[in-house]
Structures are given as C-alpha cells and as structure tokens.
Write a protein that binds this ligand. Structure first.
Ligand code: ATP
Ligand code: MG
Length: 397
C-alpha cells in the first residue's frame, strides 16, 4: 500500500480495537487504483461520531451533523465519517437529515458513482459491490443504481460527473449521460457555492473538453450564473487548446476572456468568488486584452504587478500566443518604482512645497509623477519630483 494509506493503518486499528469496523473509502481508493496521486485519505466507520471522539484524543468537529469527525494522528489528519444513508430529501438538495447505519454496504450504496463507491481494508483488500473496478479500468463514470433517481436525491451529482469526466479523462456511461440530459433542470436548486467548486474543477481537468462538451450539450450550463446566453462562447471555451489550468485565477481569467464578460466583478460576484478574486481577475483581464494586441509597456507592468503579469503571460498560451513570463518579470523587476510609496516624494511633500491644500489636483499630480518616473522622463529623486510638481502647479494658475 502507498504511504498515504500506511500512515492511516494505526487509526483503523484503533477503531477496530474499540469494536467497530473501518475502511478506506472514496476518492483515495479510486485514485490508488488509477495509479494517480492520492489526496486526502478518507475513512468510513460503523462507529458514531461520539464513539470516534472517545477513541481519539485529538479531534475536530468538521461536520458532525453529517457524521464526519476530523482525527489528528501521527502528524496527519483524516476525515472519519460514520456509515450513513441519506433518507429525507428536500428540494433535490443535500438531504436535510442523515441516518447513521452500521453496515458498509448501505453506506457505499448512497455514493455517487461506482468508481467512488469502492472501499478498501487496512490490508489493501478492495470491496467492490458495484463493479467500480471495472468502471475504472474502462474509464467509465456510472451512477450507482438508477442515475435519474440519484440525481433527484442530489442534483450536484450531475456536475460532479461532468467534472470527473474532465478531471480523470473518463467517459460518462450512456445511461448516466442521458439522465443528465433529462434532469439538468434540477440544478436550479443547487447553491452557487457548490456549482462553483465543480465548475472550477472541471475547468482544471486534464480533458476540459470531455467535461465541457456534455455540460453544454445537456443544458446544465443554463443553471450556472450568467451562462444561460453564452452557449456559443462556451463552445469556444470547450475547444480552447492548452495544458491543464493550474490556478483558480487563471480559470476565471480565461472564462471571462473567452465568454467576453463585460462586467467582470459583477459576473464573479454572481459566482460568489472572493473579493480578492474579483479585483485580480478584473485587472488581469484588462491587461490581457492590452497584451494580446501589444507588448507590455512600463505603465501596464507597473499597474499589473508581478502576480498578474505571470497570470496574463500564462493566459496567452490558451489564446494561441506564446507567453514569456520570465521576460516580462525581468522587465518588471527593472522598473524604477513598483508602487506609489516608492516615489521619492509623498503627497504631504508636494503640498508643503506648493503651499496648496490637498484636493483632486494632488492625485492627478502624483499619477503624472508615477508615469514620468516609469517612462524615465523624470528621475525618482526628491528634487526632481518637487521641481516638476511646483512648475506644473505654476502652469495651472
Ligand atoms: P476529489 O479528488 O475531488 O477529492 P473525491 O471522489 O474524493 O474526489 P469528494 O468530494 O472528496 O470527492 O467526496 C468523497 C467521496 O464522497 C466520493 O468519492 C463519493 O464516494 C462521496 N460523495 C461526495 N459527494 C457526493 C455526492 N454529492 N453524492 C454522493 N456521494 C458523494
Ligand atoms: Mg476527496
């Protein structure tokens, strides 16, 4: 077994010593069988959350109402979730109440896809009740049981399926895909936050096209913020060439660019991204549009900053151009100033030298100083800047 699992074996043993059963489950088992990198190792158990908390001295309640306790052990952390079924479904959203059960089989049955419904013992023996291993070797995404029913229980599963198609470069089975075509409207009930997570993961997959195409064709896109009238641009996005997208910022930058989003902040607000993301992508999109038609100028380098310069250069690759982040960054490093505070004078210096009180003129004056220093028309020294500022104000009078 890979180290990620071996580290967790003592945790399973402790649960077993207390008289319960425990197994590795979910994405880690799937990724292990795929030979892919293993992220978090999740454990499912017959023990109830309170019983888990009695076994382990260091735990965190991360989702106790869903039966999940985070256990800290040996420098690692594991989400340990009690076997459960999902009973009362409301509004096709996540079930309001979960019912804890004592058997693994019942727990595996409520999982979304057969490839995700595998369990593994601490000895590495796979428990495969739904032919998940075959699905993995066929690279097939197949709902556990009746796909339509499963999507009624939780409509997000449709987007998860599309996301896995892109992430793993798998194909949705015919019945699962046709259930997505049939039930896409159920996504109406799903929160933007959950949709956002799956959409971003789909965009970051190794085969975006494999997820995006059925996402568009099935009509799922219509239930995502501000995408309803973007089918044509979405197809362009699906056809976009380039390596897997390595950051969330780059996802949103490319989405806003290809979808020709006019109001970036508003668009991202509808997607409930962070304010920081809105600011950064808004600025980067202007810079990208400039950069697509021109080489960087000192003024654009200054305005963008190192992070957005890197982001824009990465984005160029997906726009059929060649980026040169190293070249742009070395030009950025050579700028005489990086931020307004780097100017050799402050606003207060200008006010006392000109004998004028603050006002809109001051901001304009500082902008001019920045611009002239950046283009080497002025040296960044106190005397040169004050001299320019006072002469300029003379001219204004
Ligand atoms: P990732 O690599 O993105 O973490 P994952 O398969 O581990 O993929 P998670 O969201 O971490 O996905 O969920 C862990 C497991 O919980 C899944 O493998 C699946 O068995 C189950 N699961 C998660 N979300 C759902 C859902 N909406 N419906 C049914 N089962 C789900
Ligand atoms: Mg996971």
């Amino acid at each position: 077994l890979p180290d990620e699992f071996l580290h967790a074996v003592p945790v399973i043993e402790q649960i077993e010593d207390a008289g319960f059963s425990a197994y590795f489950v979910g994405g880690s088992v799937r990724d292990f069988l795929l030979g892919a990198k293993i992220h978090d190792v999740d454990i499912a158990t017959s023990a109830f959350p309170e019983e888990i908390k009695k076994i382990f001295p260091r735990t965190v309640d991360v989702g106790i109402e869903h039966g999940t306790v985070l256990v800290l052990s040996g420098g690692y952390q594991y989400e340990i979730t009690t076997f459960r079924t999902e009973s009362a479904y409301q509004d096709f959203r996540r079930p309001d109440s979960v019912t804890f059960v004592r058997t693994l089989a019942e727990d595996l049955k409520r999982r979304d896809f057969t490839m995700n419904a595998l369990a593994m013992t601490k000895e590495g023996q796979i428990i495969d009740l739904f032919n998940g291993m075959q699905a993995i070797s066929d690279k097939r995404i197949e709902a556990v049981g009746n796909a339509g029913e499963r999507f009624h229980e939780d409509a997000l599963r449709m987007l998860r399926g599309l996301r896995f198609a892109s992430q793993l470069d798998f194909t949705l089975s015919e019945s699962t895909l046709s259930a997505i075509y049939e039930h896409h409207k159920l996504l109406e009930k799903i929160s933007v936050e959950r949709i956002n997570v799956e959409f971003v993961k789909m965009m970051q997959g190794i085969n975006r096209h494999a997820g995006l195409l059925p996402f568009i064709a099935s009509g799922c896109y219509r239930y995502c913020p501000d995408l309803a009238d973007k089918s044509v641009q979405l197809l362009t996005l699906a056809g976009m060439q380039g390596p897997p997208i390595d950051s969330e910022e780059l996802v949103w930058l490319l989405v806003c660019h290809v979808l020709e989003v006019k109001e970036v902040k508003q668009f991202l607000r509808h997607w409930k991204t962070s304010n920081k993301m809105m600011q950064q992508v808004d600025q980067a999109l202007s810079a990208l549009q400039f950069r697509l038609a021109n080489d960087w100028t000192n003024s654009w380098l200054y305005r963008s900053g190192a992070d957005n310069i890197t982001l824009v250069e990465s984005a160029l690759t997906y726009c059929g151009k060649t980026g040169d982040a190293a070249g742009a960054l070395s030009r950025y490093a050579a700028l005489p100033i990086k931020k307004v505070q780097d100017l050799a004078v402050a606003g207060s210096d200008i006010m006392s030298a000109t004998g004028k009180r603050g006002g809109p003129w001051l901001g304009k004056c500082i902008k001019e100083l920045e611009q002239r220093v950046l283009t080497f028309q002025l040296e960044n020294t106190y005397d040169a800047l004050i001299d320019y500022a006072t002469t300029r104000m003379e001219g204004e009078k």
